[in-house]
Design a protein around this ligand. Structure first.
Ligand SMILES: N[C@@H](CCC(=O)N[C@@H](CS)C(=O)NCC(=O)O)C(=O)O
Length: 204
């Protein structure tokens, strides 16, 4: 019996779990659910997750749980080494505060730009393009904040790779859907982005 992960290509939330698991060497059996094809809205999948979202982790006993970060934190308790959430209270504080900041100030605004300005979402939700464009500025400000931090150390939350890097990388990479790519205008961000993209886990 293995742990099963319902996952979708290109979607950032399941990618967080795949990248985390790859860094830890945790084997997960993938079940692909195509959001583009609407497979996440079928009756079969809504039985797996009534929210119609991925990721979903299915445990050996058949129980299921949603929420990418909760899944990773549960895996971290089960497989503590090597730690990706911090080895002591101070490190966990640093990693978790970065995760919170990235989720609220970079990931959600990136999704909002995507949802309110991209034709993919037309008819799926009520779009307010002006709000989407406003949030582009929030994302850009957070990229600058992240770049300033990465000018002072190698990784986001501490001197070694952590879950904060997973959240930051998958979010920055996802921003291609809103036409934002890391460039030479933020050299520290580019140095870090290229280094993380070269890790095997970035392909997971
Ligand atoms: N808070 C959830 C978010 C899950 C989520 O929004 N998943 C997206 C993919 S990134 C999804 O399945 N969207 C399909 C839809 O909304 O139709 C998590 O972190 O796992």
């Amino acid at each position: 019996m293995t742990l099963k992960l319902y996952t979708s290509p290109r979607a950032p939330s399941p990618r967080r779990v795949r990248m985390y698991a790859a860094e830890k060497g945790i084997a997960l059996e993938y079940v692909e659910v195509s959001i583009a094809d609407g497979a996440n809205r079928t009756a079969d999948f809504l039985e797996v997750n009534p929210l119609g979202e991925t990721p979903v982790l299915e445990r050996e006993d058949g129980s299921r749980t949603t929420e990418s970060l909760a899944i990773c934190r549960w895996l971290e308790e089960r497989y503590p080494s090597p730690d990706l959430f911090g080895g002591d209270a101070d490190e966990r504080l640093a990693v978790n505060r970065w995760i919170d900041r990235l989720m609220f100030r970079m990931y959600i605004p990136t999704v909002e730009v995507f949802q309110h300005t991209n034709t993919f979402w037309a008819g799926r939700l009520e779009q307010v393009p002006a709000f989407g464009e406003l949030q582009r500025g929030t994302v850009a400000a957070e990229w600058r904040h992240l770049a300033a931090t990465l000018a002072t150390r190698e990784f986001v939350a501490r001197d070694s790779f952590s879950m904060a890097d997973v959240v930051a990388f998958t979010t920055v990479d996802f921003a291609r859907v809103i036409g934002m790519r890391v460039g030479d205008d933020l050299p520290a961000l580019k140095r870090w982005y290229d280094a993380v993209r070269a890790r095997p886990s970035a392909q997971a």
